[in-house]
Design a protein around this ligand. Structure first.
Ligand SMILES: C[S@@+](CC[C@H](N)C(=O)[O-])C[C@H]1O[C@@H](n2cnc3c(N)ncnc32)[C@H](O)[C@@H]1O
Length: 510
């Protein structure tokens, strides 16, 4: 343990290498505009507690007009983030500062946008106060904050599981074994315990399913989720009270599925919530209605309401793009209350226009709507497609064009690293200004494409990479012989060329 600087935060186990689309400020305008709020123009942005910095590096490489800053006090993670962004050639300022040190850094600008993902619930009150103080001092008036956190009442049932894990590790764990091994031992004891049918799980039957789900999760994630000294799921009203000290007011959920009430709430519940006169109380009751466990929200310092005409104009200027091939169009969207079919003339019209991969404005999509469909039907359908990660907001064309070189350089680095490992499962898309999920083989095909050739050559390249690593393709748990492995890769490369590649062209990746 590095008690002096880590304040009980698990730093022995490096954080996972995910890039999180919710952190992308390009995505913020649409949910804010849908609520009738002005979205700030973002020129300076920062991420607090960036982990391995994958999201921050992608954002710096794909948002040429934004100056990106960030900090994470774990030095190995800050080094990883710096190396990644340096490979892109983008200008970015990443440091291994704690939040309070970062606030004092000479040359630090004031920010239009500050993001924290997976930080707020896992630090102590002192660190949370430093975050609030940072926001108070460094966020510009009109600025936007994205914060995610573990929410109540969603953890009321499973919170005690975390208590058992932590107590087991504190009493029987050996510091020398490290948090991952101590967690494993705790989980094994807990499995034996719950097999004995304690009263706790008899009156809370969901808890054993929850433990089974935990057993299947990535261990690095679990260590960071549960093994920190601090773990504080919070009520919305608590978060609101703390952020009000930084002059922040709740603006909108960053989770697009939350914007479709019919997906998450019964008609009676929608009516009940609408009848509550206080917006904050409404959020609290809504958290009970959906059993909220994790909230991802935007907060504004000085929310500014738009006149309906301005709202309509700005919405119509917003661009969107397909991020999943049209052939992989989702059939349904599922929320906490209902499942809704993603079909019908409006969704068909959206796909007809976006299928070539090029981004379109909502105004352009509106012009292609079938007779009788109005703009609100278009926005509702788009919100559902965005919630299913089929479509995403796109940044302005000139900004995307200016980022093409740095995004390409970052992708080269990511694909080269994919030759050795599979933990960086994303590429940078200049059109969305963010990350797009990419499998290791797709990354390798993309790398091979640079030398020309077609699917057969790309498959051979991927096969050579695997052979150099002493790895083989596995089907049904059995390692394939080299010829069968090559044939399987060729099939994958052909499917990639037919479906994924057109989409990646639209995203500016290929
Ligand atoms: C759960 S991780 C989330 C990382 C990243 N935001 C992500 O979502 O991938 C929380 C991060 O906050 C960092 N952190 C915790 N307390 C901090 C502090 N006081 N100052 C700076 N970073 C801190 C940790 O090192 C860790 O990388």
């Amino acid at each position: 343990m590095n008690e002096d600087w880590s304040a009980g935060y698990v730093v022995e186990t490096g954080y996972t290498y995910g890039a999180y689309p919710e952190l992308n400020p390009v995505r913020a305008a649409l949910p804010l505009l849908l609520k009738g709020l002005r979205a700030p123009r973002i020129e300076t942005a920062c991420e607090l507690g960036f982990g391995q910095g994958c999201s921050a590096a992608v954002h710096a490489a794909t948002q040429a007009d934004v100056e990106w800053w960030g900090c994470d006090f774990a030095p190995a993670q800050a080094v990883f983030a710096r190396d990644l962004v340096a490979a892109s050639g983008a200008r970015a300022h990443f440091f291994d500062d704690a939040f309070d040190e970062f606030a004092e850094r000479p040359g630090l600008p004031d920010f239009d946008y500050v993001a924290l993902h997976g930080v707020w619930s896992w630090v102590n009150d002192e660190a949370r106060a430093k975050i609030v103080s940072f926001l108070r001092r460094r966020l510009k008036p009109g600025g936007l904050v994205y914060i995610s956190y573990n929410a109540q009442p969603g953890w009321a049932l499973a919170g005690p599981l975390r208590h058992l894990m932590k107590r087991h590790a504190e009493t029987l764990g050996a510091p020398g074994l490290g948090p991952a091994a101590n967690l494993e031992a705790a989980l094994s004891t807990m499995q034996r315990f719950f097999a004995e049918d304690p009263v706790y799980s008899r009156i809370n039957p969901g808890v054993t399913d929850r433990l089974e789900a935990v057993m299947r999760q990535d261990r690095a994630y679990l260590v960071h989720e549960y093994m920190n000294r601090d773990w504080h799921p919070m009520w919305f009203a608590d978060v609101e009270a703390r952020l009000s000290a930084a002059k922040l007011a709740f603006a909108a959920s960053a989770y697009m599925s939350d914007h479709v009430d019919a997906l998450n709430l019964s008609p009676g519940m929608i009516g009940f919530l609408q009848g509550l006169p206080d917006p904050s109380l409404r959020e609290t009751f809504r958290d009970f209605a959906v059993q909220a466990q994790f909230r991802r929200d935007y907060w504004l310092r000085g929310a500014s309401s738009l006149a309906p005409a301005d709202q309509g104009r700005l919405l119509r200027d917003q661009r969107v793009v397909l991020v999943r091939p049209a052939s992989q169009r989702p059939s349904h969207a599922r929320g906490t209350f209902a499942e809704m079919a993603l079909s019908g003339p409006v969704i068909d019209a959206i796909y007809d226009q976006l299928a070539d991969g090029a981004p379109r404005t909502l105004g352009e999509l509106e012009a292609g709507l079938p007779p009788g469909a109005d703009f609100s039907a278009l926005t509702a359908s788009l919100v559902m497609l965005i919630s299913q990660n089929a479509v995403q907001p796109a940044q302005a064309a000139p900004a995307a064009a200016r980022a093409s070189e740095t995004a390409r350089a970052l992708n080269l680095e990511l694909a080269r690293r994919a030759a050795k490992a599979s933990d960086l499962g994303f590429l940078a898309a200049p059109v969305t200004g963010g990350a797009i999920n990419a499998t290791r083989f797709h990354q390798l095909f993309w790398l091979a494409m640079r030398d020309g050739g077609g699917p057969a050559e790309w498959a051979r390249f991927a096969a050579e990479v695997l052979a150099r690593q002493g790895q083989a393709l596995v089907a049904d748990g059995v390692a394939l012989a080299p010829e069968a492995g090559l044939a399987a890769l060729e099939a994958q490369a052909s499917a990639f060329a037919d479906t994924v590649l057109p989409c990646w062209r639209g995203l500016g990746i290929a």
